[in-house]
Write a protein that binds this ligand. Sequence first.
Ligand code: UT7
Length: 323
Amino acid sequence: MIRARIIGTGSYLPQHILSNVELAARVDTSDEWIVERTGIRQRHIAAEGEFTSDLATEAARKALESCGLTPDDIDLIVVATATPDQTFPACATVVQHKLGMIHGVAFDVAAVCSGFLYALQVADALITSGAYRTALVIGAETFSRILDWEDRGTCVLFGDGAGAVVLRAEAGTGTAVDRGILATRLHSDGRYNDLLYVDGGPGSTGTTGKLRMKGREVFRHAVTNLAAVMTETLGAAGLDPAEVAWVIPHQANLRILEGTAKKLGLPIERVVVTVDRHANTSAASVPLALDAAVRDGRVKANDLLLLEAMGGGFTWGAAAVRW
Ligand code: UT7
């Protein structure tokens, strides 16, 4: 059977770092509150004129470099984003152009913070069906542009960034010893649209709108949904939580990471944490964390990785990946 294996990773963070202390000078908050309630210490903010497609293109270039491929080798680009440069065209076609590609297929998926997991399942399905051979899957966001910088309940939580992986079709045995994507599971439930949303859009207000969130309610659902989908995904691959080398989670809140790890019986030491440095970068957070753990040598060949995310919609999902 065909497996889609992750053969390269890359990421990009804008140069400007905004600390909690700097934020506390702008809204009624404190470094202590943010660190205690979320684990966040700083976030990166895109420069004026620096767009989601720029972040995505940089991450893609680094992912290609890491596996010695060039844009010529890519036949599919899927970008997960809720903050495209424009309402249309898709951010993915802008990235395609910036990479100098005039071949292949490029499109976006919109599932907010779960977007990378959604994009990964789509690309995995398209590769294992034989439709495409080599894909760039990118999560990229400039959430700083959709934040209400006067709302302390949300503006302290998010940051900008991008992460990318290169997926390639490889022969596998169809068992859990294969390297590559072993199982993915996604869920969505639109009853919870009003707990995390943007109060504008091209088809309603004609404005971009700002992010609104009932954080406490989202938190409650996050731990339950994430633990359930992680268990479901491992089960689908015939694997046990004890076999997981690294959890690569969406980075919304350190307390969510601790709570879900505990539910699965995993020590927090097996969870890759970047929320302190990156804050919540929505669809970018999982590939950003993955790239960090690959580059610093924590992730080793044949390690079992469990990727997970939950976000607006609600949407949530997980992927079991043999490195
Ligand atoms: O990526 C998509 C998924 N998103 C998430 O998973 C986010 C999930 N939610 C969370 O991470 C947490 O709920 C938050 C970090 C958003 C909030 O933490 P919390 O412990 O649930 O706090 P809370 O909303 O219950 O607020 C507690 C208090 C409130 O004051 P009162 O009513 O107790 O007097 C807030 O007004 O903290 C206050 N507060 C703040 N204080 C200082 C809220 N934001 C701030 C702030 N600085 N930035």
